[in-house]
Design a protein around this ligand. Sequence first.
Ligand code: NAD
Ligand code: DAU
Length: 368
Amino acid sequence: MSNYIPRNFLVTGGAGFIGSNFVNYLLKAHPDAIVVVLDALTYAGNLESLNSVISSSKLQFVHGDIRDYNLVRNLLHDKSIDTLVNFAAESHVDRSIAGPDAFINTNIIGTHTLLKAAKSVWLDKSGGPVSHRFHHVSTDEVYGSLGIEDPAFTEVTPYSPNSPYAASKAASDHLVRAYHHTYGLQVTTSNCSNNYGPYQFPEKLIPLLIVNILYGKPLPVYGDGLNIRDWLYVEDHCRGIDIILKKGRIGETYNIGGDNEWTNINIVKLVCDLIDKAFENSNSLKERFPKAPAAVEKRSDTLIQYVEDRPGHDRRYAINSEKISAELGFCSNTLFETGIKKTIDWYLENESWWRNIIDGSYRESAAT
Ligand code: NAD
Ligand code: DAU
């Protein structure tokens, strides 16, 4: 099994934010690859995020659930998949607080179903094990919360998940680890910090801010706004996963981060400033988004509203990326100033993508 070369990919959750960016990246970085996307198209999945590649002969989209054992098993077998990259998940912390069941079902049971199917097709075959890789995409939230002076998370930081989302991801990470240790499944796992970039569902902080500013809606800042996150441009995350697939050691986990810590309130102010600047010399933006404060020469930060804190809100995440940097030569290469401008420009240029998601009800409430 040592001659592994990634050729035929199954990308689960490939119609979501990071998954769709990964598919777009993959088809450029691996022109010979065959990519099958398996996605249940939950509220967070969006086929339009794959628009630029959907007609490629290299890509096949399958609408289905990662908990469907027979479907996953048949795909792995029939499409001669050698590489499974698992992005499929319920991913929003606030939703996990309001309703944890979907997180348990998809993140834990779904990941376990993928592992069982992979074991069956790749390890239990009559002709002996075939060359393969199971890469699991996880989060820094499994490590819990840091104090302001604490050192950043390393791969040996004990797991201490605080939200139902983080706990479900931690459980899935443990299952992946167990399938390697017990059965010899060839796994790698990455634990990444907060991603930002194109195609992110506008319930997450950065796209929510952009869209709310354009509609002149309040910008909700949880608690005192001083919680800290590390932010990584999504394309860097995709490249990091690709490097792990090519060079990562089997059974290992790798942290991926941007070395880029920001308090939430400073992110909010930055996005406000950048949108104000974009409007300064653009009559077209003023006409397209008349409810935005900058359309009437007001500042976007007048929309900031401090609101009740998220229950159990983790104070700080920070990633120590030394392992992936020293072992695999990976570092993030998108400066935050560049990445955040690219992201805002993308949302300004792709209004139909997020308008279709947000739908009429949001626009009606935005108008009140
Ligand atoms: P997302 O919510 O944007 O997308 C999730 C995708 O999974 C959607 O397309 C959805 O339709 C699909 N899906 C959900 N349940 C499914 C099921 N049962 N079967 C098949 N498909 C299903 O999520 P994202 O932000 O792109 O995150 C992708 C992965 O990366 C997740 O595992 C998440 O935990 C992890 N992660 C995210 C971030 C981040 O900042 N967004 C950071 C680190 C790790
Ligand atoms: O750290 C990686 C994680 O990053 C991923 O595993 C998750 O899938 C992803 O959603 C993200 O989790 P966060 O909870 O950090 O992301 P979110 O965008 O929801 O919130 C970022 C910070 O902003 C967090 O401290 C909460 C705060 N926030 C968020 C929203 C949506 C606000 O202050 N107001 C808001 O309206």
